[in-house]
Unconditional design. Structure first.
Length: 400
C-alpha cells in the first residue's frame, strides 16, 4: 500500500472519527458473535448473515444509520477475512478493537475520479459522507487502486493508504547474491561487509521520552494533563516508527536493485519475542532482560524488512535455516562455539580467519543460499570458499 498524510479540516476530523467508531462497533459485535466458538461447535454467522443483521441494526439505530453503510460492511468483510486467516493458521484470532488503537476504516469500489491532484504537493480523495479531503501528494497515486484505507495513529495523525500491487523491481541479471544477517546491535549486516543501523530517536529525544514516561503515572487519570502527556509520548513513538519504516523502504529498494538473490534467515520472530513472564505457578526468569531484548528486536524491524523485500523482489528472496550461522566459519566451514569471542568479534581457531561476527554470519547465509539455488536447478552463486575442515575434537560440524 502507498500511504499519504491526510489533511482534514476540524469538521472532517469529526466525521472521520465517527466512521472509525462505526467500524469499531461493527467489528466488536462480530468478535462477540464468534467469541464462544470452539472446534466441534457450530460457527458464528457468516458475512452474508452479518450484513443482513447490519441492515436491521441500521433501521433501529439512527446514529448507526447516519454513517456510511460501505464503511460498516467493509468492517464485516475485514473480519471475515481475519477469521479465514485464523482458520488457515497464518494469523492470530481477531480480537477486540479499542478506541484510540487500530482506528480506521476501508472504502472499496474507488473510481478514477475519486482521487485528483490539485497542485504539486496537494491532492484530494473523496470519502463517503465526508466529501473531498486533502492529502499531501508526496508521490504519484497508482491508477490501479480499487480501494483505500483511512487510519489514525496514536499521535492523532490521519493517513490514507491506497491498495495497489506495486511493480516489482527488475533484477540486474548480474548473478550476484547477498546474505543479510539481522541483529540488535547491527540491524542488518551484509555479506559484502556493510553494516546497517536502523535509525531511532536522538539522545535528546530519548531523554524527553524518559521524562514523559515518568510524568505519566503522576498525572491523574482522565485529566487534560494526562492526555497531553500521552499525546507527546505518542508523537515521539510515531517519529521513531516513521524513521524505521523509511529506512526499511530505502534499504529494501537498494538491495532489490543491487542483487539478484537476497538470502535471509528464516526466523520465527513471533516466538522469539514472546514474553518470558511465565505463570503464577511457574514464573519466568530474567523477565525484564527478555522484555528489553524483545523491544530491541521489534525496533530493528526484522519482519518488515523481509516483507518489503518479498514485495519488491518476488521470487528472489531465499530463506535459509538459521542454525549455526553465527558459529560457523565462513572461510573453512568449521562450527566452533568458542570462535564467537564477543558480540562483534569472530575468530576461527582452525584457520585463523577473523571478521565481524555479524558479517561472518551474513556470509554463511549467502553461502547457504548458493547451495539452495543450485539445488533447485539454478546457477551456483558466488560465496565463501569451501575449504576442507581441519579435524579438532573441540570443533563440531563443518560444510561437509
Amino acid at each position: 500500500m502507498s500511504r499519504y498524510r491526510l489533511q482534514p479540516t476540524p469538521a472532517q476530523r469529526q466525521r472521520l472519527a465517527e466512521h472509525c467508531g462505526h467500524a469499531r462497533f461493527v467489528w466488536n459485535l462480530a468478535v462477540e458473535q464468534n467469541a464462544h466458538w470452539r472446534p466441534g461447535l457450530k460457527s458464528g454467522p457468516g458475512f452474508a448473515e452479518q450484513c443482513r443483521q447490519l441492515t436491521e441494526a441500521r433501521a433501529e439505530n439512527a446514529w448507526l444509520a447516519a454513517g456510511s453503510v460501505t464503511v460498516q460492511q467493509q468492517a464485516l468483510k475485514d473480519f471475515a477475512q481475519a477469521m479465514a486467516n485464523f482458520f488457515a493458521g497464518t494469523h492470530r484470532r481477531p480480537t477486540w478493537r479499542k478506541r484510540g488503537r487500530s482506528e480506521g476504516f476501508r472504502v472499496v469500489a474507488v473510481k478514477p475520479g475519486d482521487v485528483r491532484r490539485l497542485s504539486r504537493q496537494v491532492g484530494e480523495v473523496k470519502i463517503p459522507k465526508v466529501g473531498w479531503v486533502r492529502f499531501r501528494w508526496s508521490r504519484a497515486v497508482s491508477r490501479d487502486a480499487k480501494s483505500y484505507r483511512v487510519t489514525r495513529d496514536r499521535a492523532g495523525r490521519w493517513h490514507v493508504a491506497f491498495a495497489a500491487i506495486p511493480e516489482p523491481i527488475p533484477a540486474q541479471g548480474n548473478g550476484e547474491a547477498v546474505g543479510v544477517d539481522r541483529g540488535v546491535a547491527v540491524s542488518a549486516a551484509l555479506s559484502t561487509g556493510e553494516m546497517l543501523h536502523s535509525p531511532g530517536l536522538r539522545e535528546e529525544e530519548k531523554s524527553r521520552l524518559l521524562r514523559l514516561l515518568r510524568k505519566l503515572p503522576r498525572a491523574k487519570r482522565g485529566s487534560n494533563r494526562r492526555e497531553r502527556v500521552k499525546r507527546s509520548i505518542a508523537r515521539l513513538k510515531a517519529r521513531e516508527s516513521d524513521r524505521r519504516k523509511d529506512w526499511i523502504e530505502k534499504i529494501s529498494t537498494a538491495l532489490a536493485r543491487r542483487f539478484d538473490v537476497i538470502a535471509v534467515e528464516d526466523l520465527k520472530i513471533r516466538g522469539m519475542t514472546r514474553s518470558a513472564k511465565g505463570t503464577g505457578h511457574v514464573p519466568g526468569r530474567n523477565v525484564a532482560q527478555k522484555a528489553g531484548l524483545n523491544r530491541a528486536i521489534l525496533a530493528s524491524g526484522w519482519g518488515r524488512l523481509v516483507e518489503r523485500l518479498e514485495h519488491k523482489a518476488p521470487g528472489r528472496v531465499v530463506k535459509i535455516n538459521p542454525a549455526y550461522t553465527s558459529l560457523r566459519c565462513s572461510a573453512c566451514g568449521i562450527v566452533d562455539r568458542e570462535a564467537r569471542e564477543s558480540q562483534a568479534v569472530f575468530r576461527c581457531r582452525s584457520c585463523g580467519y577473523a571478521a565481524n561476527a555479524d558479517v561472518n554470519a551474513a556470509r554463511n547465509i549467502a553461502h547457504a543460499a548458493g547451495h539452495a539455488v543450485a539445488a533447485r536447478g539454478g546457477l551456483p552463486l558466488g560465496g565463501p570458499v569451501n575449504r576442507e575442515p581441519q579435524p579438532d575434537l573441540l570443533l563440531v560440524g563443518s560444510w561437509c
